[in-house]
Ligand binder design. Structure first.
Ligand code: SF4
Length: 407
């Protein structure tokens, strides 16, 4: 199998081009095609000599993720299901900034990306681990999730501007919740038709993704080397151009890798999927806690703080009757203060086949108030992500089971 071009750093490509006796400015031209124009075809790189394009084609693949399904409305959370070259399915979730959650327009977007196919960590509330772990994603498969959404967005803008004279309304399809554009006298435009029709011409269009959170399917720090390379490619001034602080790694609590990340030179942000502030609660829902209990996890976070001096984020999914009692706010508040952490409360998204439930809204609000009373910076996500199978891994699982004819 060929290495993919978007798994290569600039330095690696400069070495390759030097071996081919190509001038170094050709690397810059190539990077521009890959990360600014976001083309999907070697022949679209028209300012590279044909002979160089042939060498590149023989030496590297130029992989593109295939969008097989998309759910969600234009101004709320949108979920993308991608097919990889080996036919594995992965998910990315595009989350608009908070104002849009209340129906207002928003121009800031966060993309949540996957790092593994499936997950071996088996958190009890999560759909991603239900069918086990299949493989780690390669760097370009992580990077391409961002590029694929950018390409989709640019193509969509093009479709909409072409039809701007025709009144356009957006709605959810009743069967799948997929975004469809409807206009008088026409059927529907399905996502598959929104793929670039003329790669290389007319792109890139406006940029969509401002922040990346590595929080989709898989435990990112269990795929450390590929993850780090992908983050560097996304952060590079010649690559994805996303600031290091705007790239957040979210881990279920792999203490040794947290220490390793603290020693890297870049200022990537860190979030911890905590979901319980005592070992009793975490043991119940997160098997990783038996390997790295809170004492070990907090020691690693202390180290991270000492090295970085930056706040971290605790993600805390509120699950009815499991971790949503107001008595849990005391240990959570203490931990957050000790580690200079901000807390994101996320009401649980129901997953078919799992016994857990979302707490009542009043319970979530009470939990939030109790956290704020301790003067801990705390937010509560109030969107209705559960309408579109927004729980991690759910859309992929549903599609895999449909394809296999399983319930
Ligand atoms: S929450 Fe994250 S680490 Fe846990 S099973 Fe799901 S994907 Fe894996």
């Amino acid at each position: 199998m060929l290495n993919d071009i978007k798994s290569q750093t600039r330095e690696e490509l400069e070495g390759q081009f030097a071996a081919w006796e190509q001038p170094v400015y050709r690397v810059k031209q190539l990077m521009d095609w890959l990360y600014v124009q976001r083309v999907t075809d070697w022949d679209a790189m028209t300012n590279l000599p044909k002979i160089l394009r042939e060498k590149l084609r023989q030496e590297f693949s130029l992989g593109v993720l295939e969008l097989v399904r998309k759910q969600g409305a234009l101004d709320t959370t949108q979920k993308f299901l991608w097919r990889l070259a080996d036919h594995s399915l992965i998910e990315s979730v595009l989350i608009p900034a908070n104002p849009s959650l209340y129906g207002e327009p928003s121009d800031r977007h966060t993309l949540c990306v996957s790092t593994q196919v499936g997950c071996a960590y088996g958190c009890k509330f999560c759909a991603s681990g239900l069918d086990g772990w299949k493989r780690n994603l390669l760097p370009h498969e992580i990077v391409e999730q961002v590029m694929g959404v950018e390409r989709w967005s640019a193509e969509q803008a093009k479709v909409e501007s072409l039809n701007s004279e025709v009144p356009l309304t957006l709605s959810l399809s009743p069967s799948e919740g997929e975004r469809v554009a409807e206009r008088p006298g026409e059927g529907t435009i399905q996502p598959s038709t929104l793929r670039p029709r003329n790669p290389g011409n007319g792109f890139p269009g406006p940029r969509l993704v401002d922040n990346v959170v590595i929080m989709g399917m898989g435990e990112p720090l269990a795929n450390y080397d590929h993850l780090l390379k992908a983050m560097r490619l996304l952060n590079a001034s010649w690559g994805g151009r996303i600031g290091a602080r705007k790239i957040t790694v979210s881990t279920s609590g792999l203490a040794p890798q947290i220490r390793k990340l603290a020693d890297e030179p870049e200022q990537f942000s860190l979030a911890v999927s905590l979901h319980g502030a005592t070992d009793a609660v975490r043991d119940r829902i997160m098997p990783v806690n038996r390997k790295f209990p809170l004492k070990e996890l907090t020691a690693a976070l202390d180290y991270y703080q000492a090295r970085r001096g930056r706040f971290i984020t605790f993600e805390y999914i509120l699950i009815a009757g499991v971790n949503d009692g107001v008595e849990q706010t005391k240990p959570l508040g203490a931990l957050a203060k000790r580690l200079n952490a901000k807390v994101n409360l996320i009401p649980y998204n129901t997953v078919e086949g799992l016994p857990w439930a979302r707490p009542e809204e009043s319970v979530c609000e009470k939990f939030l108030a109790a956290m704020r009373a301790q003067k801990v910076v705390t937010t509560l996500r109030r969107e209705k992500g559960h309408d579109i199978d927004a729980a991690c891994g759910q859309l992929r699982l549903k599609t895999e089971r449909e394809l296999a004819g399983r319930p």
